[in-house]
Design a protein around this ligand. Structure first.
Ligand SMILES: CC(C)(COP(=O)(O)OP(=O)(O)OC[C@H]1O[C@@H](n2cnc3c(N)ncnc32)[C@H](O)[C@@H]1OP(=O)(O)O)[C@@H](O)C(=O)NCCC(=O)NCCS
Length: 334
């Protein structure tokens, strides 16, 4: 008996980002608003982080509302509707349901049913992880258009008295539509993880401890100085590898869009990468705060909306965070 020959999906040579959109939490929260319980000040927070305000969502807005808003904006920007989407990837660490995936709920809300839908947990690297997967899905022929959403309501996991991370965090969602392209639009992804360093950024305790052992509501904590050093020293080489993998140099790119964790981390990375002054650097953290998986697409959306970069610009993006995990790629902006 002969084995029948298998049909594989017809590959597409290239993919690109077709549209980007984002929404920020509706409330502007100042440094003075968060400084009291951590015995800090507007001056300290500005100097050590570059954050002036952070955006947070109100009580009636949940993480899927933010995700839906960003998804709709990205579809509009791409000139597509939910019916054009074959897969929805939601990256989040702040959705309360273990199952079903938030991506399936968002897919239904935007009329993308029966698109494949799944969530990924890669914290602040989540958007770049999602872009890697969308690129692979499109080029393998398994999806025509993929919606990648990074959405976080970080304020659901903050302890106002925590000095390590809570004052940095903001709420929002950013999304991108990835589809087929005639020319290369997404460079190879350089990514990885280091689980030995998992304790550096984490939830205080599990949901099981919260419920079965009355440990209270879990919140986030980090060892800030260690994370800072890791980001500064380990992430620039990852970004350099992403440039090399894409066949470009720091001189060739128009924009640098790193995860919005701390303005001093961004400034150090610029130095290490020896970025020319002509490269536009995303600094959305100053008034949005750190929105984890949403930070890179939100920063991208802003650069384009404010005309700081032109459509078609070449951007280096890098996400890094809890895991520890990281991912970088060079992309052509829509
Ligand atoms: C959190 C972070 C802002 C703290 O800044 P830092 O400069 O590293 O601060 P340190 O922990 O070294 O503490 C320095 C001093 O500031 C004080 N301090 C720490 N946090 C403070 C706060 N929130 N407000 C006021 N003072 C604070 C410390 O007590 C210490 O005081 P001392 O010198 O008198 O002992 C910084 O480490 C950071 O941004 N880390 C990485 C963040 C990040 O990327 N997180 C998410 C990963 S995706």
């Amino acid at each position: 008996m002969t084995t029948p020959r298998l049909t594989q999906a017809a590959v597409q040579p290239y993919s690109r980002i077709l549209g980007i959109g984002g929404v920020r939490g509706e409330n502007v929260v100042t440094n003075d608003d968060v400084a009291g319980p951590i015995n800090s000040s507007d001056e300290w927070i500005r100097q050590r982080t570059g954050i002036v305000t952070r955006r947070r969502a109100g009580g009636s807005t949940d993480v899927l509302d933010l995700a839906e808003g960003a998804a709709r904006a990205a579809l509009d920007d791409a000139g597509l509707t939910g019916a054009d989407i074959d897969a929805v990837i939601l990256s989040t660490v702040t959705y309360f349901h273990q199952t079903p995936a938030g991506a399936a709920v968002v897919a239904d809300r935007i009329g993308a049913t029966p698109a494949a839908a799944f969530d990924i947990s890669a914290a602040c690297a989540g958007y770049c992880y999602g872009i890697a997967q969308a690129d692979a899905l499109v080029r393998s022929g398994n999806a025509r258009n993929v919606l990648v959403i990074g959405a976080e309501k970080m304020s659901d996991f903050i302890d106002p008295a925590d000095r390590s991370i809570s004052f940095l965090l903001g709420d929002g969602a950013g999304a991108a539509v990835v589809g087929a392209s005639d020319t290369p639009g997404i460079g190879p992804t350089v990514w990885g993880s280091d689980g030995a360093q998992a304790p550096l950024i984490k939830q205080t305790h599990s949901w099981q401890d919260a419920v079965q052992h009355d440990a209270g509501w879990p919140t986030l904590r980090q060892e800030g100085a260690s994370v800072f050093k890791w980001a500064v020293w380990q992430m620039a080489p990852v970004a350099e590898k992403a440039l090399a993998a894409a066949g470009v140099t720091a001189q060739d790119i128009d924009a640098f869009i790193p995860h919005q964790a701390n303005m001093r981390i961004i400034d150090q990375m610029i130095k290490q990468l020896k970025l020319p002054e002509s490269v536009v650097v995303a600094r959305d953290i100053a008034d949005t705060g750190n929105t984890s998986a949403a930070s890179i697409p939100l920063a991208t959306e802003r650069l384009l909306r404010e005309g700081q970069v032109a459509p078609g610009a070449l951007a280096l993006q890098i996400g890094f965070g809890a895991g520890l995990v990281y991912a970088a790629q060079v992309v052509v902006l829509p």
